[in-house]
Design a protein around this ligand. Structure first.
Ligand code: SIN
Length: 289
């Protein structure tokens, strides 16, 4: 356990057993953090990519206030926000819902944006007694594990991102027939594409990471679909291998903050018949380089 002592306060950072992700204790996030403690929290987030803060009974006001201590709000498209809270999404699945749970494919949040969010914060309000884990893949470690020859192939490539498969006019949500509590906004805006470096460099740590996902990456610039699929298919399988995964098990009242610049995640189902309610905010990021 790393102990970061700051004045009379301390935070403790306990890395997860896999060495990816950490739990941070010794904080009350409902109150503003001192600059020193905030710096420690940001440093833990940069080092561990996925940080969990257990026992945080946060009101929505407090969740918004903590988010803004990390950075400015990001822009959340295609999902209706909570009434009166333009920057908070409620991820809610009722016990009788049959629609696939939200976030069920590997992705980095809103990677199809010009400046995708740096962070996502997710707080558990109601956790089901079974299922509902969130899995994370460490895209920096996955990059590091590639051969030098493969790294050289990937270095100049730009990956094409789009929300079309999920929110587009022919996407999964457009074709959905089952009832869903969350209000999804299908739009032709989602069919647009833009490209980012396939390998991005983290602005804080300087580490390189694969920046692709099966949900939002639809091709590679200058390559045929067949060629793109061959390379992306290899990368998706590579980065989601067990050795790069952290499985987050939720407890009620837990806040999780992850780094979209070097991780992808997937929300697991397995809790039909039970309510699951989460509140989510994002923090704006930079254009990937
Ligand atoms: C998401 O933000 O992709 C959903 C994560 C979750 O519900 O566990």
């Amino acid at each position: 356990m790393d102990q970061a002592l700051v004045g009379a306060r301390s935070i403790s950072v306990t890395p997860q057993a896999t060495g990816f992700g950490a739990e941070v204790a010794g904080l009350d996030l409902s109150k503003p953090l001192s600059p020193e403690i905030l710096a420690e929290v940001k440093a833990a987030w940069a080092s561990h990519s996925v940080v969990a803060f257990p026992n945080q009974p946060l009101s929505l006001d407090a969740l918004e206030a903590f988010t803004q201590q990390i950075g400015a709000f990001g822009v959340d498209p295609f999902i209706a926000p909570m009434p009166g809270r333009p920057n908070v999404l409620e991820l809610r699945r009722e016990p009788d819902e049959k629609a696939t749970n939200f976030g069920a494919g590997w992705h980095s949040d809103w990677s199809f944006q010009k400046e995708p969010p740096a962070a996502t914060l997710l707080r558990s309000e109601v956790t089901p007694p079974v299922g509902g884990d969130t899995l994370f893949a460490d895209c920096s470690r996955a990059y590091d594990a590639l051969s030098d020859a493969m790294k050289a192939v990937l270095a100049p490539l730009r990956a094409i991102h789009s929300a079309t498969r999920a929110y587009g006019t022919q996407g999964v949500f457009a074709r959905e027939t089952e009832k869903r509590t969350m209000e999804i906004i299908v739009s032709s805006e989602a069919d647009k594409t833009l490209s980012h470096p396939l390998v991005r460099t983290h602005p804080v740590t300087g580490r390189k990471a694969l920046f692709v996902s099966p949900t939002y990456t639809v091709g590679i610039e200058g390559m045929s679909l067949k060629e793109s699929h061959a390379i992306l298919g290899f990368l998706f399988a590579h980065m989601t291998q067990e050795e790069f995964i952290y499985r987050h098990k939720w407890r009620a009242g837990m806040l999780l903050m992850w780094d979209n610049r070097c991780t992808v995640h997937l929300a697991e189902g397995g809790y039909d018949g039970h309510l699951r309610v989460m509140h989510r905010t994002t923090v704006a990021g930079d254009a990937p380089v």
